[in-house]
Design a protein around this ligand. Structure first.
Ligand SMILES: [Zn+2]
Length: 283
């Protein structure tokens, strides 16, 4: 029963992430024009693009979507991947992100390493699911447009800080805060140094904020595991893509998605990975 609930929640989170990705991007396009020059139509559009309020619409024809168009995965499949109203193809990104949301929620529940008894544990798990949804948004956004929007990162940092304080007061004591700060310095601090040294060329300001978020979230030593997975996987994949001539040397490749994958793995499996590392080291 829990599994069904988590799959449904994950599908909805994925669906929300899809809508948020598109709306935040549309908003950023609108905002690139000065508000003084906005037409009434544009003002109305910005209102409709609110991530939490506006109604869902087709990205192409802007037709408002009915409930039957909004069922995760099933709507896309039953419509053959096309808009019901304008028949334009709808990106496969939509069902893929929804399925990924469901799988991540389910995996988090199955492999949750922190125990699930009492309200502090449940708060931590619930906040993790919210953060996971945000990470899904950031992953796609960075992949598509090479930007990690503050509109997502900053509220998540605030939420995670709140969770750490909550856990510190009611469960772990000062250890929760110490671990989080050390984690934040590990990823955020390292990225900040890279950002300053390269004058923003290797790594953007958005990456530094993402590093702060993930460092706080993972704490020590999981932050180190997450960053290592991010760096190794990025290096391997970039080399493979260069050898296959899919990307050029000069091309900008977003680092955010790699770090996000590393962080999700580290959140759930850092203990096993550290154990394995020591085992390999001993033999
Ligand atoms: Zn349409």
């Amino acid at each position: 029963m829990e599994f069904v609930v988590l799959i449904v929640l994950g599908l909805c989170a994925g669906s929300f992430a899809n809508a948020a990705i598109w709306r935040i991007h549309e908003q950023s396009k609108l905002k690139s024009k000065k508000p003084a020059n906005w037409s009434a139509d544009q003002r109305m559009k910005t209102e409709n693009l609110s991530v939490l309020r506006g109604r869902s619409m087709c990205p192409n024809c802007k037709h408002q979507l009915a409930a039957k168009d909004l069922v995760p995965v099933l709507s896309w499949v039953s419509l053959g991947g096309k808009c019901r109203y304008c028949k334009k193809p709808i990106s496969i990104q939509y069902p893929l992100v929804e399925i990924t949301g469901a799988l991540l929620f389910l995996a988090s529940y199955i492999w949750w390493p922190f125990g699930l008894s009492g309200f502090v544990d449940y708060a931590r798990f619930g906040i993790w699911l919210v953060v996971l949804t945000g990470l899904l948004i950031l992953f796609i956004y960075d992949l598509k447009w090479l930007i990690l929007p503050d509109a997502v990162t900053l509220p998540l940092i605030a939420l995670v800080v709140f969770e750490i304080a909550f856990r510190g007061i009611f469960q772990e004591g000062p250890e929760a805060v110490r671990g989080a700060i050390l984690g934040m310095l590990t990823i955020g601090g390292f990225f900040y140094v890279l950002f300053v040294v390269s004058k923003g060329k290797w790594i953007g300001g958005g990456d530094v904020k993402l590093g702060i978020l993930l460092g706080l979230l993972l704490g020590w030593p999981a932050a180190l595991v997450g960053m290592a997975i991010g760096f190794y996987s990025a290096t391997i994949i970039v080399i493979v893509l260069m050898l296959l001539r899919v990307v050029k040397r000069s091309q900008h490749i977003p680092f955010g998605p790699f770090l996000i994958v590393g962080a999700i793995i580290a959140m759930l499996f850092s203990e096993q990975i550290i154990g394995l590392y020591y085992e390999l080291l001993l033999y």
